[in-house]
Design a protein around this ligand. Structure first.
Ligand SMILES: *[C@@H]1O[C@H](CO)[C@@H](O)[C@H](O)[C@H]1NC(C)=O
Ligand SMILES: *[C@@H]1O[C@H](CO)[C@@H](O)[C@H](O)[C@H]1NC(C)=O
Ligand SMILES: *[C@@H]1O[C@H](CO)[C@@H](O)[C@H](O)[C@H]1NC(C)=O
Length: 543
C-alpha cells in the first residue's frame, strides 16, 4: 500500500490532506489497543478504520466466551471491513463467514481531535440473531458522519456460534450479546484516541440489534453507554426467548453424521468441524439463533437470568432513549403471499402460542383476537392488511409500547417515541423485495440512515429530505439527548418526550408531524388482553 509509515506518540488523528500539497498520508492512531492505521474516505471528509479485531473467538470453544485481543505488536492496518461471522447471509442466501470476525469499524469525521471530542454512535445490526454483518455493504457511514459524530459498527456472533444455549459454564448462552459487551468495552477503552467523547456514547440498533440493547439494559453488566436508540425491537416480542436449546448441538452434529448422547462429545465434534458445514446443517434443520434465560455459574458472565417480562429495567434510569417502530412492520411477510396460501394459515394460534400457554380454554381468547382483526371473515387475501396489522401490533408495536411504560416507570431521562411511515423509493426491505404496497415495512428506515454501498440509484429529492431529516434527528439526539433542540426548515416540528399521560410520537412520513399514542385503540385492546391473560403468559411470575 502507498502511504508513508509514520510513528506518532500519544496523540490523536493525523489530518494531512492532499489539499496542503502533501503526500497523502493514511491516518494513524495510537490507541491503548496499539497503533491502528486507517484509510481516508474518498471525499476526504472522514477517516475509516475497518475491521479492527476487538476480541478473538476461542478456537477450542467457538460457541463460548471470546478471549482478549492482544495489543497490536506492529501497526494494524485497518483496511478491510469484509469479515462476517459464520452465517447464511440474507441477500443471496449463501453460507459465509469465519471465526476471525469479532471486528469493529470506526468512522471519524475530520473535525474530531483531542480538543474537539465528538459524541460516539455505536451500531448493532439486526438479523434475527441468525445473520447480519457490520460492513459498508449495508451500514455505510456517509449520511450520519456529516453531522460530526463518530460512528462505530460492530460484528457479533449469530446463529449457533452466538446463541447456542446449553446450561453449561462453557456455553451458557447469549454469547452474541457478550461479544457486543466486549466490543462496547473496547470502545470505552479506546475511542478517546480516535477523538471520541467517552462520556457521550449512544448505542443504536434495529430489530435483533434493538432487542440486544434492551437486553443490555436488563443485564447486570456495567453500563457501557449513555443513551440508546431502539428501532423496531423489544425483549418482549413473542418467540424471542429460547425455551430449550440443549438439543440443538445434538441435532446439528447428527445432521453432519455424528451421533452421540454426550454433550461434550457433540460440542468437541462441532468445534472442529468447518464452520460452513455447521451453519449448513443448522439451516437445513430450520434452527435459529435465539437469546435464552441463562443458568448462573461462578465466574461466568451472564446477560439474562430471568424473563424480561418479570424484570424492571433499573439501568435505564437517567438514560435518554429514542425508540419506535415502522407503521407496517409485517408488511413484507404478507405483501408477497400468494392468494391461495391464506386459507392454510394458522396465524392467530401460531402467534398466540409463542407467548401464552395455549390450552382448551385459551381457544376462546384466540377467537376474540380473530374477531378484533377480521370479524367473521375467513382467512383469505381479502384480509391481507388486517393480518399485517395483527402481527405488526403483536410482535412490535405492543411490546415496544410495553417497554416504554417500563422505561417511564423506572425513571428513564427523556423517552422520544417515533413511528416511521415513509414510503419512498429506497425503503430498505420493500425495495429489496419489489414491494409497492404503501407503508413502511420492518427495517425500511435503515436506508435513510445508512448509505448502502450496493445501492447505486441516487436518492430522489423527497428521499434525500428524509435522509437529511432522519440523520439530523438521530444525531441531534446523539449530541444533545434531544432530537429537536430547535426547529428549522428541515425539522419544522418540536418532538417532545413522552409523559405518563401523553405518549407523544413523531410520525416520520413525507411530512414530519407530531401526534399521540399511535394505534391507540389497537394498543388498548392488547393492554386489556395481556392484563386479562397474564397468568397464562409463558414465564410469568407474580412479583
Ligand atoms: C449478493 O450477490 C451479488 C451479485 O453476485 C453480489 O454483488 C453481492 O455482493 C452479494 N451480497 C452478499 C451480501 O453476499
Ligand atoms: C380490515 O382492515 C380494513 C382497513 O383497516 C378495515 O376497513 C376492514 O373493516 C377490516 N376488515 C375486517 C373484516 O375487519
Ligand atoms: C425485483 O425486481 C428486479 C428487477 O425487475 C429483479 O431483478 C429482482 O429479482 C426482483 N427481486 C425480487 C426479490 O423479486
Amino acid at each position: 500500500r502507498g502511504g508513508d509509515k509514520m510513528w506518532v506518540l500519544g496523540l490523536l488523528l493525523l489530518t494531512f490532506g492532499s489539499a496542503q500539497g502533501l503526500v497523502r498520508l493514511d491516518p494513524l492512531v495510537d490507541s491503548p489497543a496499539g497503533l491502528i492505521r486507517g484509510l481516508r474516505a474518498d471525499d476526504e471528509q472522514y477517516a475509516m478504520f475497518l475491521g479492527i479485531p476487538y476480541a478473538q473467538v476461542d478456537e477450542n470453544n467457538p460457541f463460548g466466551a471470546s478471549i482478549p485481543q492482544p495489543k497490536f505488536a506492529t501497526i494494524f492496518d485497518a483496511f478491510d471491513d469484509s469479515a462476517m461471522c459464520p452465517q447464511m447471509e440474507n441477500f443471496n442466501k449463501t453460507i459465509v463467514g469465519t471465526l476471525d470476525c469479532l471486528h469493529l469499524n470506526i468512522y471519524v469525521p475530520n473535525t474530531a481531535s483531542s480538543r474537539n471530542r465528538l459524541p460516539v454512535l455505536v451500531w448493532i445490526y439486526g438479523g434475527a440473531f441468525s445473520y447480519g454483518f457490520a460492513s459498508r455493504y449495508i451500514y455505510g457511514p456517509k449520511y450520519l458522519i456529516r453531522h460530526d459524530v463518530i460512528l462505530v459498527t460492530l460484528n457479533y456472533r449469530v446463529g449457533p456460534y452466538g446463541f447456542f444455549c446449553l446450561d453449561t459454564p462453557e456455553v451458557p448462552g447469549n454469547q452474541g450479546f457478550k461479544d457486543q459487551v466486549s466490543a462496547l468495552r473496547w470502545v470505552r477503552d479506546n475511542i478517546a484516541a480516535f477523538g471520541g467523547d467517552v462520556n457521550k456514547i449512544t448505542v443504536m440498533g434495529e430489530s435483533a440489534g434493538a432487542a440486544s440493547i434492551e437486553y443490555h439494559l436488563l443485564s447486570k453488566q456495567d453500563k457501557l453507554f449513555n443513551q440508546a436508540i431502539i428501532q423496531s425491537g423489544s425483549t418482549l416480542s413473542p418467540g424471542l426467548l429460547e425455551e430449550s436449546g440443549r438439543s440443538k448441538p445434538f441435532r446439528t452434529a447428527q445432521q453432519l453424521g455424528f451421533e452421540t448422547e454426550d454433550l461434550s462429545e457433540a460440542m468437541a465434534f462441532l468445534a472442529k468441524t468447518d464452520v460452513k458445514l455447521v451453519i449448513a446443517a443448522f439451516e437445513e434443520l430450520g434452527l435459529r439463533g435465539r437469546p435464552c434465560i441463562e443458568q448462573e455459574f461462578d465466574n461466568v458472565d451472564s446477560i439474562l437470568t430471568d424473563h424480561p417480562m418479570n424484570m424492571d429495567i433499573p439501568k435505564v434510569k437517567d438514560i435518554p432513549v429514542l425508540i419506535g417502530f415502522t407503521n407496517k412492520e409485517k408488511l413484507a411477510a404478507y405483501a408477497a403471499m400468494p392468494a391461495e396460501e391464506f386459507k392454510n394459515l394458522n396465524v392467530f394460534e401460531d402467534s398466540l402460542q409463542k407467548k401464552f400457554i395455549y390450552d382448551e380454554e385459551f381457544k376462546e381468547m384466540e377467537d376474540i383476537v380473530r374477531r378484533f382483526y377480521i370479524g367473521d371473515e375467513e382467512l383469505s387475501e381479502a384480509v391481507r392488511t388486517n393480518l399485517t396489522d395483527f402481527e405488526s401490533d403483536y410482535e412490535f408495536a405492543f411490546p415496544i409500547q410495553t417497554s416504554l411504560k417500563k422505561y417511564l416507570k423506572t425513571g428513564a431521562k427523556d423517552v422520544y417515541y417515533y413511528m416511521f411511515s415513509y414510503s419512498g423509493d429506497r425503503n430498505y426491505i420493500k425495495k429489496r423485495q419489489n414491494i409497492t404496497i404503501p407503508g413502511a415495512a420492518h427495517a425500511d428506515e435503515i436506508s435513510y440512515l445508512f448509505d448502502l454501498s450496493y445501492e447505486k440509484d441516487a436518492a430522489s429529492e423527497a428521499d434525500q429530505r428524509v435522509i437529511d431529516q432522519m440523520t439530523m434527528l438521530w444525531t441531534n439526539f446523539v449530541k444533545y439527548g434531544n432530537p429537536t433542540p430547535e426547529t428549522s426548515d428541515l425539522l419544522p416540528v418540536k418532538w417532545s418526550p413522552i409523559t405518563e399521560h401523553m405518549y407523544t410520537y413523531l410520525n416520520i412520513d413525507s411530512e414530519l408531524s407530531v401526534s399521540a399514542r399511535p394505534y391507540h385503540d389497537r394498543m388498548a385492546f392488547w393492554e386489556l388482553f395481556f392484563e386479562l391473560n397474564k397468568n397464562k403468559l409463558k414465564g410469568y411470575r407474580e412479583n
